[in-house]
Write a protein that binds this ligand. Structure first.
Ligand SMILES: NC(=O)c1ccc[n+]([C@@H]2O[C@H](COP(=O)([O-])OP(=O)(O)OC[C@H]3O[C@@H](n4cnc5c(N)ncnc54)[C@H](OP(=O)(O)O)[C@@H]3O)[C@@H](O)[C@H]2O)c1
Length: 237
């Protein structure tokens, strides 16, 4: 088991879903964890739930100046994870261009801003969160697939540019997180049931499944430039 005792880990997007599960996993392994996102109240709730002295920071990754200011005053970190994103989606011909730009600005440029500004110690790591639509496109989520592919390419390039800091991507499939809370309970359950029936893993993912892969990448000194799929077999089904 990896030992993150005394390692400072920053989870951008740590107030919910995959980021919150990663924060919990690192804290359980002894890390000194900071979670960042836009909402102080959501951060406070997750920090109180995890305990272990988890620290919080309000940070909007779409704000160039705020990201630079935050990293000028924080760190250096041993490991940084970016799971923050809020991405309007839909078919290319139907999604308003403004919403498409918002999605790219949040998920791709948000991670790019963090990668550009974060101070990470030698031998530390940066882990981005993409999504399996990069390799298994869906006709109703074409832009999301393109954003995810761009993130994976960004991580591979950064693994060269930022070496010896390691840079990797975790690519989740369908994961039961608050991301899906905008769907009604019935619609969500029927989507999850349908996916579970189609997937080789015969279930949808949990945030902890993705957190395991994030911990693996951060804690494995020979892992860099990798994309790890955690998709229940979605890319091959
Ligand atoms: N769940 C899935 O099925 C799935 C599948 C494939 C890929 N993914 C990807 O996995 C990542 C995490 O998703 P999730 O399921 O954990 O979603 P989630 O539960 O909605 O969490 C998203 C997190 O991002 C934060 N956030 C959003 N916009 C932000 C911004 N501008 N600045 C800082 N923080 C921001 C949110 O916190 P605040 O609201 O407090 O800012 C929240 O902590 C996303 O990139 C998502 O696209 C998810």
């Amino acid at each position: 088991m990896n030992n993150f005792a005394s390692k400072h880990v920053l989870i951008v997007g740590g107030s919910s879903g995959i980021g919150a599960a990663a924060a919990r996993a690192f804290a359980a392994l002894g890390a000194d964890v900071t979670i960042a996102s836009r909402s102080q109240s959501k951060l406070d709730a997750v920090a109180a739930d995890i305990g272990s002295g988890v620290r919080t920071a309000v940070l909007d990754t779409t704000d160039d100046a705020a990201v630079e200011r935050f990293f000028a005053g924080a760190g250096p970190f041993d490991h940084v994870v970016v799971s923050a994103a809020q991405t309007p989606g839909g078919p290319v011909r139907e999604l308003a261009l403004a919403d498409a730009y918002t999605a790219m600005n949040s998920k791709f440029w948000g991670a790019y801003r963090v990668a550009r500004a974060a101070r990470i110690v030698e031998g530390g790591s940066l882990t981005l969160v993409s999504g399996f639509l990069s390799v298994r496109p869906s006709k109703s989520s074409v832009l999301q697939g393109a954003i995810n592919a761009a993130l994976e390419a960004l991580a591979r390039g950064l693994a060269l540019e930022l070496s010896p800091v390691r840079v990797n991507t975790v690519s989740p499939g369908l994961i039961a997180t608050p991301l899906w809370s905008k769907l009604s309970g019935d619609a969500r359950q029927s989507m999850f049931d349908g996916a579970a029936a189609r997937l080789p893993a015969r279930r949808v993912g949990q945030a902890e499944d993705v957190a395991n892969a994030i911990v693996y990448l951060a804690g494995t000194p020979f892992a860099t430039g990798s994309t790890v799929l955690v998709d229940g077999g979605g890319a091959i089904a």
